[in-house]
Design a protein around this ligand. Structure first.
Ligand code: PAF
Length: 279
């Protein structure tokens, strides 16, 4: 089972497989669910070698409590990965391998993609994501890297990093639980009742898609705000409709623009995000 921890071991594996391109990379923070597994399967089906990284990146957590509570299950993650393909190289680096000069983010100019929604609500988050993704790209040197659409803003931001390093970015659709809730490592921290009630998140996204044809953006926002006001278990952090490529918040619909609805909700203190294409 190729599991590598040090950069030296990683280099050894890479040298042994130097003639075996293409290489696919699936960066994760572990605690793998079906959503991750579908991304890994896509990489395996499209590349000769797949690298999965498991690294809970401290610099992307704006809330120390969230980092402390982030679930970890490396052994069962390894089993799930190698059940897909025993040849997958799983890189589980130490913090000092990723941050040899100290655990801090670099500052990025991200074409304003980081100014709204997650970027606005989680200061420094995307600098942390960009820093670790750039470092993983430098270390692994993949031909293509895979990211889920659930973190759509992240997907657009890593696409910028990929472009600047000549690495192709491939996006994978969100996998949902049977009630529509987007799969997330955080779902495990919800009680069964709240996990069931959290179907409201996808429900309002689908509703916004329906209403987008006939209602203004401000009417849709009022409707959704009212629904969350009546659901005491949920705190709506934001519901926005934004231009899918620039991520600028839309107040009015324009022609020739592709829109997406974005939502962040706290359920019993646990923060969940989701999004849906409206066009
Ligand atoms: O989406 C995630 O799990 C993380 O943000 C990522 C891309 C692995 C970077 O730490």
């Amino acid at each position: 089972m190729p599991k590598v921890v040090s950069i030296k071991e990683l280099r050894l594996f890479q040298n042994e497989n130097a003639s075996n391109h293409s290489w696919g990379l699936v960066p994760t923070m572990g605690s793998l669910h079906e959503g991750h597994l579908s991304i890994i399967k896509k990489s395996v089906s499209e590349n000769l070698i797949t690298f999965v990284t498991i690294f809970v990146n401290p610099t992307q957590f704006d809330d120390k409590k969230d980092l402390d509570n982030y679930p970890s299950s490396v052994e069962s993650d390894l089993e799930k990965i190698h059940a897909i393909d025993p040849a997958i190289c799983v890189f589980v680096p130490k913090v000092s391998s990723i941050y040899p000069d100290g655990t801090a983010s670099k500052k990025y100019e991200l074409k304003e993609l980081d100014k709204t929604m997650e970027g606005q609500n989680r200061p420094g988050h995307f600098d942390g994501v960009a820093t670790v993704v750039q470092r993983l790209f430098e270390l692994i040197q993949p031909d293509v890297a895979y990211f889920g659409q659930k973190d759509f803003q992240q997907l657009q931001i890593v696409s910028l990093i990929g472009k600047s390093m000549n690495i192709q970015i491939s996006s994978v659709p969100t996998v949902r639980e049977s009630n529509g809730l987007a799969m997330s490592s955080r779902n495990n921290r919800l009680s069964i009742e709240l996990r069931n009630e959290a179907r409201l998140i996808y429900h309002v996204l689908k509703m916004s898609k329906e209403k987008f044809l006939t209602h203004s953006i401000s009417e849709i926002k009022t409707l959704i705000g009212n629904m969350f006001d009546q659901s005491p278990a949920f705190v709506l952090e934001y519901f926005e409709i934004a231009d899918e490529s620039t991520l600028k918040i839309a107040d009015e619909k324009q022609n020739n623009t592709t829109y997406r609805a974005f939502i962040a909700v706290k359920v019993d203190g646990i923060r969940l995000i989701d999004n849906l294409s409206l066009n």
